[in-house]
Design a binder for this molecule. Structure first.
Ligand code: 13P
Length: 252
């Protein structure tokens, strides 16, 4: 059966010492929690990966980068490749976040390359998709999600797919305090699962973890996670305080 996951995406927040402190607090809380019903991951800036790796038990808290390059090595000043991320001991990478798509012009085609390089480097991928408010109002939610997922992921084999986690993050709900209702989120998650079933089969679809992201917090996590196709969350703002993050982790 598929895993439940709660992953933090710290985005461009915290200095290295602050990040180390936050990661320690999350690690300690996870280590002392009884009977957690989900895997826990922290997604941190590149600069933090090595230091955070030192203070977590990677068997209890997964470690994700927030991006990787679309090349493996070479003259790409300022970029960080998937093998470099893997060499820090990180085991996940977040790809296709709407902030990367929107501010840094990442396309479905470019993300397809990043996904391939990440998997080749042995990383698991948390692949983000989601529509803007305008696209929702125009009735294009399914078209947007179908294009994002099929153009970047549907060339993978079922074996490779085992290393993919999907995160549905409606852009209008990110950092706005405006959470999708649990019914709105469930509807899109069920659609995503049906796409995967069409491409592969019901078994692959049933085993795929699909996270919700967008203003998820301790007060609304339990209702979201109770939905049959919502297998956890990708958490921005509320992942920056260990107590809030753990409030979501324990919502299962
Ligand atoms: P917020 O939880 O701050 O809305 O961010 C969600 C997100 O973008 C996680 O990747």
């Amino acid at each position: 059966m598929r895993k439940n996951i709660v992953a933090g995406n710290w985005k461009m927040n915290t200095t290295v010492p602050e990040g180390v402190e936050l990661a320690k607090a999350v690690n300690d809380a996870v280590a002392s929690a009884q009977g957690l019903k989900c895997d826990v991951i922290v997604g941190v800036p590149f600069t933090h990966l090595c230091a955070v790796k030192q203070v977590i038990d990677i068997n209890k808290v997964g470690l994700a980068a927030e991006n990787c390059a679309d090349h493996t090595s070479g003259a790409y000043t300022g970029e960080v490749s998937a093998p470099m991320v893997a060499s820090t001991g990180a085991n996940y990478v977040i790809l296709g976040h709407s902030e990367r798509r929107g501010y840094y012009n990442e396309t479905n085609e470019m993300l397809k390359t990043k996904v391939d390089l990440a998997l080749e480097a042995g990383l698991k991928v948390i692949f983000c998709c989601g529509e803007s408010l305008e696209e929702r109002e125009e009735g294009k939610v399914e078209d947007v999600i179908r294009a994002e997922i099929s153009e970047s992921l549907f060339h993978l084999t079922p074996e490779q797919w085992k290393n993919i986690v999907i995160a549905y993050e409606p852009i209008w709900a990110i950092g706005t305090g405006k959470t999708a209702t649990s019914a709105q989120a469930q509807e899109v998650h069920a659609f995503i699962r049906s796409l995967i079933a069409q491409k592969f089969d019901n078994n692959v679809a049933d085993n795929t973890t699909i996270l919700y992201g967008g203003s998820c917090k301790p007060s609304n996590a339990a209702e979201l996670f109770a939905k049959p196709d919502i297998d956890g969350g990708l958490i921005g703002g509320a992942s920056l305080k260990a107590q809030d993050f753990m409030g979501i982790v324990t919502a299962f």
